[in-house]
Design a protein around this ligand. Structure first.
Ligand code: MTE
Ligand code: MO
Length: 384
């Protein structure tokens, strides 16, 4: 084959329909994408439920590292899907412009469902990628819209799988006809193409997963965060300056208030807090954006404070930050989280007082929670 032929084979579907655009390649990529999207969807819905629990849902505080796994899988499967989705679109795009556009009603429905499927898939991957880079080039709330479009995309995916089930099965089951030199060549091309695509997907994973798998940190070439870079050796999601709490956090008049539905409200200075029994726990921060890091924290157990304030045994609590604006200024502790032995209002990390960017004077840290619910600069524990 000369160079022009190679070009035509790879770029010119209209000229000579390349075998790379074959049903078999489309089917294999489709299965990989189906698995990745479904995994990403399930872990994403879970993360959403944890952050905005409906009445029937209570996320447990154990196992302590479970959310670290599910959210790392969410971000990793999303990132790995990017090369898969583009390869799939490239494989099928001659069919997207076929004429006539549909032949019967079932075919029409199948084709119409491609709009939310492709549009939704591209939208989810783009907004997710922008979010982990903390780039918000849109006017809407990321999580609400990312969640809504996930349902649209997965709905369209189910329709698509239903419509393509038979084609996929026969494309995968088809026995090779007696090989000619030409067909052997095509098979080799297809195999190389698929290897390239899965290789790209694997490399994306390898070069980003170090943001959460510590031994691979040095390979973190594509992820925005490295788990050992930041004050006290780990990342900061939002600094004290960005949250506009520098003065409040250093104010000698700082107090922790424990109030709400309690029989003995408390007001504690920093020295009061330091004089209480201290407890140590090694727990991860798992940011929803994909990075995570485990640290050893020391501070006062939330359940001890609830006992001191004489709250009910199954009390739930809201943790409130000094931070006035922005969405992360408070978080809720359900029954399990409020009473877990390792849910702390921490004063120290790694044997030092908290850096102000990590939440000095006091931060929440508890097992099995999204990073965004590990509230920093805590000033109030309101029993609800
Ligand atoms: N008050 C307040 N607490 C907060 C945040 C915030 O913006 N404001 N960010 C949260 C997020 S998204 C994460 S991942 C963790 C990160 O903690 P770190 O900055 O100490 O690493 O803090 C959480 N606590
Ligand atoms: Mo986060």
């Amino acid at each position: 084959m000369n160079a022009t032929q190679v070009m035509r084979r790879t770029l010119g579907p209209a000229a000579a329909p390349s075998r790379l655009h074959s049903e078999r390649v489309a089917a294999i990529l489709g299965i990989a994408l189906g698995v990745a999207f479904t995994t990403c969807f399930v872990t994403g819905v879970l993360s959403h439920l944890i952050q905005e629990p409906p009445g029937w849902f209570q996320w447990p505080s154990r196992p302590a590292g479970l959310y670290r796994v599910t959210q790392s899988v969410h971000v990793a499967t999303g990132l790995a899907s990017i090369p898969l989705l583009f390869a799939k679109l490239w494989t099928v795009y001659p069919k997207l412009f076929q004429w006539p556009p549909f032949t019967n009603v079932a075919h029409l429905i199948e084709r119409v469902s491609l709009v939310p499927l492709i549009g939704g898939g591209l939208f989810e991957l783009f907004t997710g990628l922008a979010n982990i880079n903390q780039w918000y080039p849109w006017p809407f709330n990321f999580r609400t819209v990312h969640f809504a479009v996930a349902w649209i995309t997965i709905g369209a995916l189910i329709v698509h799988i239903g419509a393509k089930w038979a084609v996929t099965r026969s494309a995968l089951a088809r026995r090779e006809e007696p090989p000619t030199p030409e067909s052997k060549h095509d098979a080799l091309d297809r195999r190389r193409f698929l290897l390239g695509v899965f290789g790209a997907s694997g490399l994306v994973t390898l070069f980003t997963i170090g943001q959460t798998v510590r031994p691979l940190e040095r390979l973190t070439l594509l992820a925005p965060r490295r788990p050992s870079v930041g004050p006290q050796g780990f990342p900061v999601n939002r600094s004290a300056a960005e949250a506009a709490v520098l003065e409040l956090a250093r104010d000698p008049a700082y107090r922790l208030t424990v109030d709400g539905n309690v029989r003995r409200p408390l007001e504690l200075t920093l020295d009061d807090l330091r004089a209480l029994p201290q407890h140590e726990a090694t727990l991860p921060i798992q940011c929803v954006e994909g990075w995570s890091v485990s640290q050893t924290w020391r501070g006062v157990r939330v359940r001890d404070l609830l006992d001191m304030a004489d709250a009910d045994d199954d009390a739930e609590a809201r943790v409130v930050s000094l931070q006035q604006r922005g969405a992360f200024g408070e978080s809720d502790l359900n029954r399990w989280h409020a009473h877990d032995r390792d849910t702390l209002l921490a004063l120290e990390v790694g044997g030092e007082a908290l850096h102000i960017d990590h939440g000095f004077p006091l931060r929440l840290i508890g097992p099995n929670r999204p990073g965004v619910m590990q509230t920093k600069w805590v000033t109030r524990l309101e029993v609800v």
